[in-house]
Design a protein around this ligand. Structure first.
Ligand code: SF4
Length: 311
């Protein structure tokens, strides 16, 4: 069931996930489509996530946005005071500084694997940090090894913060410890995107890749072809997998395997390296008396497709 509506306020709205936004020309959603999108969300009882560009939007748009419960996702560059999610688009941009203003905000850091590896020692953040690796689909065996080392370093950083009696949350390591079942992105099932052209898309990445890849509009509503393929119940291996923190990104799936419900080897290995690093963190923290009721079993594979006969 749909729960969220993502509204891209502009063609240049910041990416907060795996996809890049190559658009440089501003195209703001029309005020009438913004109003219609808000009305649609009200009728469907959806929480809206407004995604901001890196310039100040007109006051009448801001006024309209404040008429409904919502979350704001904004690039760090514009320093939007009341943003709920702040996106840093590289490790260079990233700062863990916690001011009174940003102490409750979620930080999203988008960077490629090598950039993350080079800078991981600077990620000591005691709030919520979501790290998004932007080049998973090109990972080689060397990249997997480097990522494993990166996660080990990040694990030690997170442990240090725990020892200072703080409660850090880093999606790559702490989500798997806390989850009891799959918690994937669920684009097309739990969330849908309204683009600046007034049309619906599975997610922002589908819009940015091909504007014709629409799944409806504000007049005729949403019509997703083969909707069942987006569901976990139609992803036989993912259903049995216990890398619960995996995004199971349907856009990456389609890009790499041409099927929205079939993940690439790279996506699975990365998710399992995170799962195993989460297990190592859990074991370390349990020695300190934390999370004793949790467990993550040891496994001997990195890609569930390679052991599918066991499932
Ligand atoms: S790791 Fe692979 S099999 Fe497991 S949920 Fe993610 S995409 Fe599916």
């Amino acid at each position: 069931m749909l729960q969220y509506l993502v509204i891209l306020l502009d063609d240049t709205s910041v990416s907060y996930c795996h996809y890049e936004n190559p658009k440089k020309v501003k195209r703001l959603i029309s005020l009438s489509d913004l109003k219609a999108g808000i009305l649609f969300a009200m009728k469907q009882n959806l929480m809206i996530q407004f995604v901001y560009p890196d310039y100040e939007i007109p006051a009448e748009y801001q006024k309209e946005i404040e008429t409904i419960d919502h979350h704001k996702i904004a690039p760090q560059k514009i320093q939007l005071k009341n943003a709920d999610v702040v996106v840093f688009n590289s490790c260079k941009e990233f700062s863990t500084e916690k001011t009174e203003e940003n102490k409750d905000k979620i930080f999203v850091l988008r960077a490629n694997g090598k950039d993350v590896a080079r800078n991981v020692s600077t990620f000591a953040h005691d709030g919520r940090l979501n790290i998004i690796i932007t080049d998973i689909e090109t990972f080689t065996e060397n990249d997997f090894s480097l990522y494993k080392e990166t996660l080990e370093q990040l694990k030690n950083t997170v442990k240090e913060i725990f020892l200072q009696e703080n409660s850090p949350q880093v999606n790559l390591l702490t989500d798997r410890i806390l989850l009891e079942k799959m918690n994937n992105c669920n684009a097309g099932i739990e969330n849908i995107t309204l683009a600046p052209n007034g049309k619906f898309y599975i997610c922002p990445a589908f819009y940015l890749e091909d504007e014709n890849d629409t799944v409806g509009n504000l007049t005729n509503c949403i019509d997703i072809k083969n909707k069942h393929l987006y569901k976990l119940s139609n992803a036989p291996i993912c259903q049995k997998c216990d890398a619960y923190q995996c995004k199971r990104c349907v856009w990456l799936n389609r890009k790499t395997t041409r099927e929205v419900n079939t993940p690439s080897h790279e996506q699975c290995v990365v998710a399992h390296l995170e799962r195993n690093a989460s297990r190592n963190l859990l074991l370390d923290l349990q020695q300190l008396g934390a999370w004793e009721d949790k467990s993550i079993k040891a496994i001997d594979y990195f890609d569930p497709f390679e052991v599918k006969d066991k499932f």
